[in-house]
Design a protein around this ligand. Structure first.
Ligand SMILES: [Zn+2]
Length: 133
């Protein structure tokens, strides 16, 4: 492996690490571009809650009644929203799809079983059905 390849790999490892030392919802960094709202740290927010950008996007667009598209690390909503609006919805998402209802830890994963979706807690083993978005 060449020197540059090693550098690339080191860089990727840094990027894949979540900056949250303990579980904390990262606040969105949003600004308006005309009538649209751009969340510039969307990829990081999704990484912090350990869910895919697509799943989080689906929830947010439904809750905020706005269409949205992912461009790189950014999420662009088609209408004006405040960061507060978006943060509240992310909190709702976390309560519904990330935190274990029993032990309140975030070491959970979503599992598809047939037509159903379950959240399994890796900390206490609790498994609950969650509603699909
Ligand atoms: Zn648990």
């Amino acid at each position: 492996m060449g020197y540059e390849e090693l550098l690339d790999e080191a860089y990727e490892n840094v990027e894949a690490t979540c900056e949250c030392s303990r579980f904390e919802i990262l606040k969105v960094k949003g600004h308006h571009e005309g009538i649209r709202t751009v969340v510039s740290n969307f990829a990081q927010v999704a990484m912090c809650v350990r869910r895919t950008q697509e799943h989080l996007l689906k929830f947010l667009t439904k809750e905020l009644a706005s269409s949205g598209e992912i461009k790189g690390d950014r999420l662009i909503f088609s209408r004006k929203l405040t960061s507060k609006n978006i943060n509240e919805k992310i909190e709702k998402y976390v309560n519904r799809f990330v935190l274990c209802p029993k032990c309140h830890k975030s070491d959970t994963e979503l599992i598809n079983e047939g037509a159903k979706l379950f959240m399994k807690c890796l900390a206490c083993g609790e498994k609950n059905e969650v509603h699909k978005i």
